[in-house]
Design a protein around this ligand. Structure first.
Ligand SMILES: Nc1ccn([C@@H]2O[C@H](COP(=O)(O)OP(=O)(O)OP(=O)(O)O)[C@@H](O)[C@H]2O)c(=O)n1
Ligand SMILES: C[C@](O)(CO)[C@H](O)COP(=O)(O)O
Length: 238
């Protein structure tokens, strides 16, 4: 894919503003070291080392900005390390505020997903040539159950159409900004990702879904740390 003179600037935002409560360590999970690097640095490299990414912004848990700044110092495309908010959504908004009114294509990636194949970043950027919002996802291999009151089965949605959302999620920045502006008027607003904000509050904007990768799993529990480390070891062994 060529970057033509009219291609907007491509910005990667690394969301590392969380505290990792579910992993339950004495520090945010993105500061855990696996294979000689913190999870934060592995994820940063996934965005930073892609030749079509022009700039990276890191959003870090307040209280850990110094360590993020010292990691980022070795990566010349990092233009800012910002304090995150109290929720993932607030951290996304901090990044959007930093970008201002700039007309750019922006990929939001969870720092908690340290294995980010180059192919996934390329496919997101390519899809942004056509779509203003892009999700990444992998098919669900389990049957999914909707569970109702008292843990009784409410429904079994057809599995063929179900996929598990991953990151990166990509946007034309002005579209995501507009979606969050509309969402701000909804007193019941809650979101666990950014594509759902576009889908819910700008329903006329189609969101493309590109293939993610099973390896891009999110470190959420201690078990995920074991899995990611094993995958990194396999990579090293070739
Ligand atoms: N206030 C927050 C919360 C989350 N995130 C980021 O969003 C990604 C996905 O969030 P999650 O896995 O929930 O991370 P934590 O919030 O750290 O985990 P937990 O919910 O267990 O506390 C992570 O890279 C996390 O750092 C963020 O930038 N700002
Ligand atoms: C954005 C996300 O990673 C897509 O699966 C997910 O929604 C984040 O959820 P979390 O509860 O903040 O980990």
């Amino acid at each position: 894919m060529d970057a033509s003179p009219t291609t907007p600037r491509r910005v990667g935002v690394l969301l590392a503003g969380g505290v990792g409560a579910r992993v339950g360590l004495d520090r945010p999970k993105q500061l855990v070291e696996l294979h000689g690097r913190t999870i934060l640095e592995h994820s940063l490299r996934g965005l930073h080392d892609h030749d079509l990414i022009d700039e990276v912004v890191v959003v870090m848990a307040p209280g850990h900005l110094d360590v993020a700044r010292s990691v980022a110092a070795a990566y010349d495309k990092v233009t800012a390390v910002l304090p995150g908010g109290s929720t993932r959504t607030q951290s996304t908004l901090a990044a959007l505020a930093h970008l201002g009114e700039a007309d750019c294509h922006v990929l939001f990636h969870d720092a908690a997903r340290p294995l980010l194949p180059r192919r996934v970043v390329t496919d997101c950027l390519t899809a942004l040539g056509t779509y203003a919002a892009v999700a990444t996802a992998v098919p669900s291999t389990d049957t999914l159950l909707e569970v109702g009151p008292e843990r009784t089965l409410r429904s079994v949605p057809p599995r063929d159409s179900l996929q598990r959302a991953q990151t990166p999620q990509g946007f034309h920045a002005e579209v995501l900004r507009r979606a969050y502006e509309v969402a701000a008027g909804d007193p019941g607003f809650v979101a666990t990702d950014d594509c759902s904000v576009v889908h819910r509050y700008l329903p006329d904007v189609p969101v493309a879904v590109v293939a993610g990768d099973e390896r891009t799993l999110k470190v959420t529990t201690k078990l995920d740390l074991v899995l990611v480390e094993a995958l990194m070891r396999l990579d090293e062994e070739g």
